[in-house]
Design a protein around this ligand. Structure first.
Ligand SMILES: Nc1ncnc2c1ncn2[C@@H]1O[C@H](COP(=O)(O)OP(=O)(O)O)[C@@H](O)[C@H]1O
Ligand SMILES: N[C@@H](CCC(=O)OP(=O)(O)O)C(=O)O
Length: 382
């Protein structure tokens, strides 16, 4: 049987009571809906927030923490509670779940990226529901807005999922935040978008959530580019609501997938890895790469930035801006020496050199704009 893979991301706002603490009943309801989805023959992966909410009171706090250290300590306490609750809730339906903690940097390193993939694949093969959260207590600067929205999109790409469902406190994307704009209207369907946001989304969020709609849209765009359909909505009233949502019968917002599903290697180059350097190329090389589907040769390179080894990712810009990313076959020092040289010159002076700076098969063009969550070294320092 060809199982569909569905990633379900549940935000803090859908897991907590009015005091901001973990709400075991809400969790039980989600577990039931997830079980229905799974028992209908779907491979289900849960990305669940809620660790901070489940832990802050035992840290002696009366409200959700604001400082990074308190959030990390709360999550360290709460993550155990959270997973224990899921284990109990799934057990009542005869299901087993397993905790998987990831950080963004796990997706940067090809080996860790593949290790995460193999772990998740084996769990799914053995009929176990992975329950993923960010590894908050070690994530450092990675705990910021929308972590789990982006993490869910990365996991969806990793597993080449069919669907990514965002369960939140608002039943879809509205033309503006409905809390501040009561006349805002729900947008039922969004096509894949490249440039500006398809609605007014500021950084406002629910009382307890961290990314708001903006981070969900950025994550949705990432998933859509990888060929994954996205749904954003609230938890439905019946246990079959997730199943209905993936059949197109949800009341929230749907985002279409780009028609072409990108390969895991393309995803890793374009979206997961952090570029270790940047190259500036001339107009001819830019056209060869983007329009004619050719490899990048040393003669087209005009500038080399960063300190990368052969085999690492570099971002490439032409005279009119960023073009894409690829795996460099030259180290930065060697490329600085040979940039602008013809292949014949290089062959004469440097034996056993690779012919291409970036081979066609290791290249991904950006269509419209660069990925938003993996900043290049230059972007990161801005
Ligand atoms: N255009 C919009 N449409 C819907 N919700 C919006 C919009 N702009 C901002 N929001 C806010 O996004 C919040 C949901 O995001 P967030 O708090 O991060 O939830 P979660 O904890 O589920 O991840 C909503 O409570 C809403 O206030
Ligand atoms: N990892 C944190 C949640 C971070 C997060 O992205 O929260 P949310 O915006 O509510 O999905 C936790 O478990 O509390």
């Amino acid at each position: 049987m060809n199982h569909k893979t569905v990633i379900v991301k549940i935000g803090t706002s859908s897991l907590t009571d009015d005091s901001g603490k973990l709400d075991p009943e809400a969790l039980q309801t989600h577990a039931e809906a997830l079980t229905r989805l799974k028992q209908a023959g779907t491979r289900v992966v849960l990305v669940s927030s809620g660790a901070v909410a489940a832990g802050f009171h035992e840290l002696g706090l009366t409200h959700r923490p604001c400082s990074l250290a308190e959030k990390q300590a709360s999550a360290a306490i709460g993550q155990g509670h959270l997973v224990q609750r899921y284990r109990e809730a799934f057990a009542t339906h005869g299901e087993i779940c397993a905790q998987v903690l990831l950080t963004r940097s796990d997706f940067d390193h090809r080996i860790r990226f593949l290790n995460a993939l193999h772990t998740l694949q084996l769990l799914l093969e053995r009929d176990i529901i992975p329950v993923i959260n960010e590894n908050d207590s070690v994530a450092g600067d990675e705990i910021r807005w929308g972590d789990n929205d982006i993490l869910a999109a990365l996991v969806a790409g990793l597993l080449q999922a069919d669907w990514l469902l965002f369960v939140t406190d608002t039943d879809g994307l509205y033309t503006a935040n409905p809390l501040d704009h009561p006349q805002a209207e729900k947008i039922r369907r969004i096509p894949p978008f490249h440039g500006s946001m398809p609605a007014q989304v500021d950084n406002s969020k629910s009382r307890l959530g961290s990314g708001g709609m903006r981070s969900k849209l950025i994550a949705a765009r990432k998933a859509s580019r990888a060929g994954i359909r996205v749904y954003i909505g609230t938890a439905g009233k019946t246990p079959g609501w997730m199943l209905d949502a993936v059949k197109g019968r949800g009341s929230g917002t749907y985002m279409d997938a780009e028609p072409r599903r990108s390969s895991r290697k393309e995803q890793w180059i374009a979206a997961h890895s952090r570029p270790r350097g940047h190259l500036k190329v001339d107009d001819g090389a830019a056209q060869a790469l983007v329009e004619r589907g050719k490899s990048l040769l040393p003669c087209g390179v005009v500038e080399v930035g960063g300190d990368f080894e052969a085999g690492e990712i570099v971002e490439v810009a032409g005279p009119d801006g960023t073009l894409g990313r690829g795996v460099a076959r030259f180290s930065a020092p060697l490329l600085r020496r040979v940039k602008g040289w013809s292949t014949r010159e290089i062959s004469r002076l440097i034996p056993n050199h690779p012919e291409e700076v970036i081979h066609r098969n290791d290249w991904v063009s950006f269509r419209g704009e660069a990925p938003s969550t993996n900043r290049s070294p230059q972007e990161a320092s801005r």
